[in-house]
Ligand binder design. Structure first.
Ligand code: CO8
Length: 261
């Protein structure tokens, strides 16, 4: 499948989606947003893909929703037209993917761009990365999870600060705040994230899926409910052939050969 605003490449069980509107700093216009939802859904449906990487390349992740496209829309347009459906379908595709989605962020991840990274399972960033919700500066507010996912990720104080002042968080602060899992140099970003994704894709797929479901539940669930869900999932992994293979391989001092990847 080819796209107008994205590049999609598949290798070694990993699907890499690159946002490709460099002249507009990968601003999320409706075409890109629609295509991104479709691309994630297509990779998610492909059983050969064990991990998805979402990136904007090594210069910029995304500078937010396309302000020039949005500026003349009315409340009616935003509420009733295709715009909210396209946005919802895109974020839903990432949020509900059972295949892990890793964001590889270089440069600006602002507004909808920050919200897109936040919808992924985790973020690897370069030292040039800058995260922010600058919507307040153009008289509006975050609209795709910035007040919600960002608050859950970095806590109320930093989320309020970023959303109310519009200030950006650099990579170091983002790592300290728990927004970013690791910082790498700009020229190593895509190689590092491809390796991380390949590692995830090499593991037993059902175990990966159960871990993802369990960690996701921790974000919203009560601790006792989450612990119960984890115990049940842990027990359930013993029904998988790959679990027997993994444990037998350990006992026999050899590498496991997982069937379900
Ligand atoms: N929308 C449209 N075009 C953009 C955007 C954007 N968000 N960001 C940058 N561009 C364009 C510029 O207009 C410029 O184009 P041109 O060369 O044709 O004039 C080009 O990209 C390069 O940008 P700059 O010249 O401004 O580059 P600088 O390095 O000077 O500045 C910045 C980079 C700081 C990123 C600056 O461009 C900027 O502030 N951009 C806007 C950031 C912003 O306010 N983002 C929030 C947008 S609102 C939003 O995201 C709400 C999300 C709601 C839900 C999402 C639904 C999809």
């Amino acid at each position: 499948m080819t796209y107008e605003t994205l590049l999609v490449e598949v290798a070694d069980g990993v699907g890499v989606i690159t946002l490709n509107r460099p002249k507009a700093m990968n601003a999320l216009n409706q075409t890109l947003t629609r295509e991104l939802g479709e691309a994630v859904d297509a990779l998610e449906a492909d059983q050969a893909i064990g991990c998805i990487v979402l990136t904007g390349g090594d210069q910029v992740f995304a500078a937010g929703a396309d302000i020039k496209e949005m500026k003349d829309l009315s409340f009616h347009d935003l509420y009733v037209s295709d715009f909210p459906r396209i946005q919802r379908d895109c974020w839903r595709a990432i949020d509900e993917a059972r295949t892990p989605v890793v964001a590889a962020v270089a440069g600006f991840a602002l507004g909808g761009g920050c919200e897109l990274a936040l919808a992924c399972d985790f973020i690897v960033a370069t030292d040039s990365a800058k995260f922010g919700q600058p919507e307040i500066g153009i008289g509006t507010m975050p609209g795709a999870g910035g007040t919600q996912r960002l608050t859950k990720a970095v806590g109320k104080a930093k989320a309020m600060d970023m959303c109310l002042t519009g200030r950006m968080m650099d990579a170091e602060e983002a790592e300290r705040a728990g927004l970013v899992s690791q910082i790498v140099s700009a020229d190593a970003l895509l190689d590092t994230v491809r390796k991380v994704a390949k590692k995830i894709a090499s593991h037993s797929r059902p175990a990966v899926m159960m871990i993802k479901e369990s960690v996701d539940l921790a974000v919203d669930a009560d601790l006792q409910d989450g612990l119960l869900f984890e115990r049940r999932n842990f027990a359930a992994t013993f029904a998988f052939e790959d679990c027997k293979e993994g444990m037998n391989a350990f006992a026999e001092k050899r590498k496991p050969v997982f069937k379900h990847r």
